[in-house]
Design a binder for this molecule. Structure first.
Ligand code: F6P
Length: 568
């Protein structure tokens, strides 16, 4: 395939299109009765077991998907990424989040320079700083230990760290190391988020980490100025140096903000925001909470998947198989959504994180060469932990639309509970659902089965389940820091595989810009109308009417130019 040609023009794509009819004729019930097929669709790596036998696909489908991968030059693209080539061509950047978790001593080049020593320099600095804070060697302006951390950041500077923090919270080792400490996240520019974060917090014992790749993001900077004011008002402006540190690629702006550059933790433009949890973005707040040793295990888990992704043949390669299946479901079977269903409450923030990783990466309308695409890319991701989701949106998944599902289960619970006399342990109860749901989706229930059960005839159609609904099951041995790293890297690379095959740039995000610039125009208008009584100008009828109502109805608020902080 020529580099600017679209993947849909290749024979491999057309062959898969033609193959759809064969697959649509075959029910998953039939596919699942072929034990040899099912066995070939289970792979193991480093303690993980992936079962994708409940996909609407045959061995032949995978041969065809492999041809598609060849036509898309998937192997070459993966190598270009690991070799530090500037594959994010619209921003002229390389994409090297794998370097963030590379073992000390390994070599990963960007522009001919090995970046791994720089990565480890920052990791060592985080280790040292977090140990000083945790041990009480670094104290606040009034001499008190800093036991609370607020991480201010949004998007990639928030969702990944939140996911990992939430997953570690109940891990016994991590929980013990976090004893007496609390990590908070302030993301939304909504002052309610400020109020909720500050409730119960004492500035004397609080350390603030401002996390922003650019250090220009409007929400983060206003929140940072707000919290700086909260500290200054209570402890005096000189206290800021002791209570605020930063993570950014823009150290000039960090200094301008008033944070000591010695207390800034760098990362690099070859780390995309949504791929930055393994940089200081995640490593600093998580090390402050759990200690660097735990976070290092998380990095090692991610690194293990990186090596697997880079070196293992496609037919045994977890992220490649998952990525190709996603392309198959979206582009050929016509299923645009995907449900992420972890059977672990600790993974409750996995779906929100993957929403950004996946949808900001692959929700594109043009190819990497700027050619409008005649096919859709990206998945609509959503999810909730099981069993909560079962009592919410699973109705639609079972009898409404077809939504391919990722079931994620854990063999050993972080927190085992068993009540004497109960049939099973609490975790077994949870996992009974993890094992049952994929079969319910795949097999369904026929009218014949219902008749045999003497279901009244008026209810037969209501109680019928068509089945033939694809899912995959990923079983983790446990959910410690290492496994959390593995899971993260699997999803990151899966998204890259999809983008490589679709021929898009999965590493830029121009789609977020337009709304931001329109908000700037509104901000200017709000200021001019409130402060100088200027008329609303330059907006369409609808926006002008909404703005008028908003301004009129809030005239009594903030009459004077004075600082107001939450009153909770
Ligand atoms: O929403 C767009 C975006 O640029 C994301 O890609 C990024 O993760 C987020 O904003 C935050 O950006 P920053 O880290 O520069 O504050």
């Amino acid at each position: 395939m020529a580099s600017s040609a679209l993947i849909c023009e290749t024979d491999a794509w057309k062959d898969l299109r033609a193959h759809v009819d064969d697959i649509k004729k075959t029910h998953l019930r039939e596919l699942m009765s072929d034990a040899k097929r099912c066995q070939s669709m289970m792979i193991e790596f480093d303690g993980l077991l992936l079962d994708y036998s409940r996909q609407c696909a045959t061995v032949d489908t995978f041969n065809k998907l492999n041809k598609l991968a060849e036509e898309a030059h998937l192997k070459e693209k993966i190598n270009l990424m690991f070799n530090g080539e500037r594959i994010n061509s619209t921003e002229n950047r390389s994409v090297l989040h794998v370097a963030l978790r590379a073992p000390r001593g390994s070599v990963i080049n960007s522009d001919g320079k090995n970046v791994v020593p720089d990565v480890w320099q920052v990791l060592d600095k985080i280790k040292e700083f977090s140990e000083r804070v945790r041990s009480g060697a670094w104290v606040g302006a009034t001499g008190k230990a800093l036991t609370n951390v607020i991480a201010i950041g949004i998007g990639g500077s928030f969702l990944g760290p939140l996911f990992v923090h939430t997953a570690l919270q109940t891990d016994p080792e991590a929980a013990q190391l976090a004893s007496g400490r609390k990590l908070h996240f302030l993301a939304n520019v909504d002052p309610i988020d400020v109020a909720r974060n500050l409730t119960g917090l004492n500035p004397e014992t609080t350390l603030v980490v401002v996390v922003s790749k650019t250090f220009t993001t409007a929400e983060t900077m206003l929140n940072a100025r707000t919290i700086r004011e909260w500290i200054s008002a209570a402890l005096g402006p000189q206290a800021v140096a002791k209570h605020m540190v930063a993570v950014s690629t823009n150290l000039t702006l960090v200094e301008k903000f008033g944070i000591d550059p010695n207390n800034a933790f760098a990362f690099w433009d070859w780390v995309g925001g949504r791929y930055s949890v393994c940089s200081a973005v995640g490593v600093l707040p998580l090390s402050l909470q759990y200690g660097f040793a735990v976070v290092e295990k998380f990095l090692k888990g991610a690194s293990s998947i990186d090596q697997h992704f880079h070196s293992v043949p496609f037919e045994k390669n977890l992220p490649v198989l998952l990525g190709l299946l996603s392309v198959w479901n979206v582009s050929f079977l016509g299923y645009p959504a995907r449900a992420i269903l972890p059977y672990s409450q600790a993974l409750e923030k996995l779906a929100p994180h993957i929403q950004q990783v996946s949808m900001e990466s692959n929700g594109k309308g043009v190819s990497i060469d700027g050619v409008p695409l005649p096919y859709e890319t990206g998945e609509i991701d959503f999810g909730e932990p099981g069993t909560n989701g079962q009592h919410s949106f699973y109705q639609l998944i079972h009898q409404g639309r077809v939504i391919p599902c990722d079931f994620i289960g854990v063999v050993r619970s972080q927190q085992p509970v068993y009540l004497k006399g109960e049939l099973v342990s609490n975790h077994d109860e949870l996992m009974s659902n993890f094992f049952a749901q994929p079969d319910a989706l795949a097999y369904g229930k026929t009218p014949e089965q219902l008749l045999k059960e003497n279901v009244p005839s008026n209810l037969i159609t209501h109680k019928t389940f068509s089945g033939n609904r694809p899912s995959l099951s990923l079983l983790l041995p446990s959910l410690n820091a290492y496994n959390i790293g593995q899971l993260l890297a699997i999803y990151e690379h899966r998204v890259a595989v999809e983008g490589f095959v679709w021929g898009i740039n999965s590493f830029d995000q121009w789609g977020v810009e337009l709304g931001k610039s329109l908000a700037t125009q509104v901000r200017k208008q709000l200021h001019a109308s409130r402060k100088k009584g200027e008329r609303i100008e330059g907006f369409n009828f609808s926006t002008a009417a909404l703005l008028t109502r908003y301004l009129e109805a809030s005239k009594d608020i903030l009459k004077e130019d004075c600082t107001v902080l939450p009153k909770m």
